[in-house]
Design a protein around this ligand. Structure first.
Ligand code: GLU
Length: 445
């Protein structure tokens, strides 16, 4: 008995790798890596019209960018026709496959059909238990269009046997393929592998996850700024859990923890909010350099230039503003669009009408601003940071009413209805600039 574990990843290159493919590959990957198994990569490009090499390339790029490697292949079914033809001939010689009319429409088109043993096929799914399907209704199904043109189920089975696949881990939508494929495996005298059918991935409306629910391919995920570590972690939790409530995993942790007996049967709901939360945890683990590089990949040329001219300011903005806020780097685009970085680099236009907190009088606000200026003016340049600035005015402002003092202070610095607190902004702007902005506003009141 050969106990070697060999799994396969056999996408049809008819589109970008989507979440379903990636989750399937990830589960194969984790299972194989955990058990010192072998991963075979093969492209099932028997559908000549829809298959395209550009998708093969992009699927391989996706795996590479996600850090998911394989051990053998990539093979291409279109280059393995001789094996399928051999198998077809064997089946015909054995008398279990035969040439027949495609239909009764009189067109005369011939196809090759397998003789269906018309029995109940029972197989064991490692998660779902025994599954029994009566194959009678499949009839003598077509396995090739001609002796040179084998169809999907035959190519899959020939490859699975030839490549020594021990475990087939694939989506639950393939359960109905399994009995057909077992009929073929038995006809060819192969060993029936072990099956694991993964739960479907559904959107929050309970329907199979698709484009209308949001990003579904790695390319789209990247565009909105998720990172591979976050996506891998989240996808591993789509239909699997470690048996407790831990949710943060690196790829290495996952390999260590992965256990197929903890895969669920019921459909897994794709939760973009949870993906955001997990991605956020992973981006916060990036080194400062890695984080900065990501930021630079998602901001405009214009902002890049500003950041490059004032690197210390940029570092503070990244550490104190961006890291506090975002879950994925694509959010930077919106922040930029909403002017959330402009006021760090140039004085904002202040609508003086908006300066007062609620029904505070302008004359009062003016006094508060003068007082702020005096208090924070005492801070030494070398001690200028958000804590020291806060220390100077926190207690005093509490006695007056924080909104009355802190709203105009924050607003004159940013000019925005929403922005970080005035202490953070002040630290980033530096002492001179803050005092200057306060002065200018005092003169206008
Ligand atoms: N080529 C099939 C697909 O992309 C693979 C199915 C299988 O794992 O057997 O859905």
């Amino acid at each position: 008995m050969n106990n070697e574990i060999i799994v396969r990843f056999p996408p049809s290159p008819t589109g970008e790798a989507h979440i379903g493919n990636i989750r399937t590959f990830l589960f194969n990957y984790l299972f194989a890596r955990k058990n010192d198994g072998t991963i075979v990569m093969r492209f099932e490009d028997t559908d000549k019209e829809r298959s395209d090499e550009k998708y093969e390339k992009s699927i391989l790029e996706t795996l590479d960018e996600l850090g998911l490697d394989f051990d053998r292949g990539p093979f291409k079914q279109s280059e393995r026709n001789e094996f399928y033809i051999d198998a077809l001939n064997t089946l015909i010689e054995k008398g279990v496959a035969y040439e027949a009319e495609e239909s009764n429409d009189g067109s005369g088109n011939k196809v090759i059909r397998i003789k269906n043993p018309n029995k109940k096929i029972k197989f064991n799914d490692l998660i779902r238990g025994d599954i029994e399907i009566d194959t009678t209704e499949f009839g003598d199904f077509v396995i090739a269009r001609s002796k040179n043109d084998p169809l999907y189920h035959l190519t899959v089975v020939v490859d699975d046997i030839d490549m020594g696949i021990s475990h087939i881990i694939r989506g639950a939508d393939h359960i109905t393929s399994t009995p057909r494929q077992i009929i073929l495996i038995e006809a060819l005298g192969g060993n029936v592998p072990k099956y694991i059918h993964l739960p479907l991935i559904i959107g929050d409306d309970g329907k199979k996850l698709g484009k209308r629910h949001g990003a579904v391919s790695w390319k789209e995920f990247k565009e909105v700024g998720y990172i591979s570590e976050g996506v891998i972690n989240y996808l591993a939790l789509l239909g699997w859990n470690p048996g407790d409530d831990r949710e943060f995993f690196t790829k290495e942790d996952l390999i260590e923890e992965f256990d197929i007996s903890k895969i669920n049967k019921s459909p897994a709901k794709f939760d973009y909010k949870k993906l955001d939360d997990i991605n956020r945890k992973h981006i916060l683990k990036l080194s400062s350099d890695q984080y900065r590089n990501y930021v630079f990949n998602y901001i405009s040329e214009d902002l890049k230039e500003k950041f490059s001219k004032e690197p210390q300011k940029a570092d503070k903005i990244i550490e104190q503003v961006i890291k506090e806020r975002i879950s994925k780097f694509g959010e930077l685009k919106n922040m930029e669009k909403d002017g959330e970085f402009d006021f760090y680099f140039e004085k904002p236009n202040i609508d003086i009408q908006e300066l007062n907190f609620k029904d505070t009088e302008s004359s009062e606000t003016k006094e508060f601003l003068k007082e702020i200026k005096e208090k924070i003016g005492e801070i030494d340049e070398t001690e200028w940071n958000k804590e020291s600035i806060k220390d100077k005015i926190w207690e005093w402002s509490g006695n007056i009413g924080r909104g009355k003092v802190l709203h105009p202070f924050r607003f004159l610095l940013s000019g925005l209805k929403k922005s970080p607190d005035p202490f953070t902004i002040s630290e980033i702007l530096g002492k001179d600039e803050v005092l200057d902005r306060i002065d200018e506003i005092i003169l206008r009141i």
